[in-house]
Write a protein that binds this ligand. Structure first.
Ligand code: UDP
Length: 364
């Protein structure tokens, strides 16, 4: 059975790695084809993850690059259609909520190739997020919807999806985290940055709603000024965010934040070492909300909503929005020792890829 597994951007690599590894384990049954659409293509956002996560070079690199939503959708569809016609797969697996995930699913639906969507059923109910449109369209037409939490199953049922398309398999990103833990523990990044475990905050920021206009970005920078007085802040700056900081002439404001360590995007092992050693994580990333819940690290999500409510109901996550006062208040709560405690959600156990491949097998 030939199965194409698609990745496009940084958050996809940690999701496809365990699925590809599981498919590659039984070469007599599966012929996995790893396709990289190329939304992220530079060393720090792509190559480093291919190497560290043992993915190897893609079998097919489409080289689409990034662009506006429409351009990325159109270019990905055009190129992926050729891939499908050439390769004639039995099935395609897409992950997450990036725009190429939606575009590849559309191509398959039109060509009657079965598609499995891993990380189905997540909804922020905020259609201003490009990812929300990608989630709704992908789940609307994919054949198999593989979910990370029972809440996601319930959401799909509410949308009228028939139960036989839905399979609760758990969180495949956590498979990668569990498998890589020995290497993460060996990372020396904390020492190299002159930090002490439990004595710094970690920050990531890249959602368009936070960085594509100056107002939320400035509010967040204002909150960092207050937090930076209390402990060092390690900021892994996404390329999009760095570009927007420059465009809004906010570089001086960033540099004026006390104790801020400005970093390029970090390799996976170092970044996870930073997460598990942080006193507090501030983020608008989807994946980081989940990883902090798994690691039991307090997380402030600088957004008004989350498509991952289980990180709030079970985990360590708190929503602050991009609001200075709310961020400062929640951070103070954590630093004063009264952080919210959490539990690891069901089936975030390192075995999601096994369950995914079992579902694919049964379907095929
Ligand atoms: N990540 C990383 N290095 C960094 C920042 C993030 O390895 O400098 C990892 C993070 O641990 C998680 C994934 O990238 O596994 C999340 O990707 P991102 O925040 O870009 O996307 P999102 O999850 O918001 O879609």
């Amino acid at each position: 059975m030939k199965i194409i597994v698609v990745a496009s951007a940084r958050p996809n690599f940690m999701k496809v790695a365990p699925i590809l590894a599981e498919l590659r384990r039984t070469p007599d049954r599966f012929e996995p084809v790893f396709v990289h659409t190329g939304q992220h293509y530079d060393a720090k956002m792509s190559e480093s993850f291919l190497n560290d996560l043992g993915l190897g070079q893609p079998d097919i690199s489409m080289g689409i690059g990034s662009g506006s939503q429409a351009v990325m959708t159109a270019r990905t569809m055009e190129s992926f259609e050729t891939v499908i016609l050439d390769e004639k797969p039995d099935m395609v697996v897409v992950v997450g909520d990036v725009t190429p995930t939606m575009a590849c699913t559309l191509v398959c639906a039109k060509l009657m190739i079965p598609v499995a969507h891993v990380e189905a059923g997540l909804r922020s109910f905020d259609r201003g997020m490009p990812e929300e449109i990608n989630r709704i369209v992908t789940d609307g037409i994919a054949d198999l919807l593989l979910t990370p939490s029972p809440e996601a199953d319930q959401q799909l049922i509410r949308e009228g999806v028939s139960a036989d398309r839905i399979h609760f398999v758990g969180n495949v990103m956590i498979d990668t985290l569990v498998k890589c833990m020995p290497k993460i523990e060996k990372s020396t990044v904390i020492d190299s940055l002159g930090l002490e475990a439990q004595a710094f905050a970690l920050l990531t920021l890249h959602r368009p709603s936070n960085v594509d206009s100056s107002e939320p970005l400035e509010e967040i920078l204002d909150a960092l000024v207050v937090i930076g007085e209390k402990l060092p802040i390690v900021f892994s700056v996404h390329p999009r965010t760095r570009k927007m900081i420059d465009e809004f002439n906010l570089r001086e404001r960033l540099e004026a934040i006390p104790n801020l360590i400005d970093l390029q995007p970090q390799p996976y092992f170092d970044f996870l070492q930073l997460q598990r050693s942080a006193r507090l994580v501030l983020t608008d990333s989807g994946g980081v909300q989940e990883e902090t819940t798994f690691l039991g690290i307090p997380c402030l999500t600088l957004r008004e909503n989350t498509e991952r409510p289980v990180t709030i109901t079970s985990g360590t996550n708190v929503l602050t929005g991009p609001h200075r006062d709310a961020i400062v208040q929640e951070a103070s709560q954590v630093l004063s020792g009264s952080a919210k405690s959490g539990q690891i959600p069901d089936l975030w156990d390192g075995k999601a890829a096994e369950r995914i491949v079992a579902v694919l097998s049964q379907y095929l």
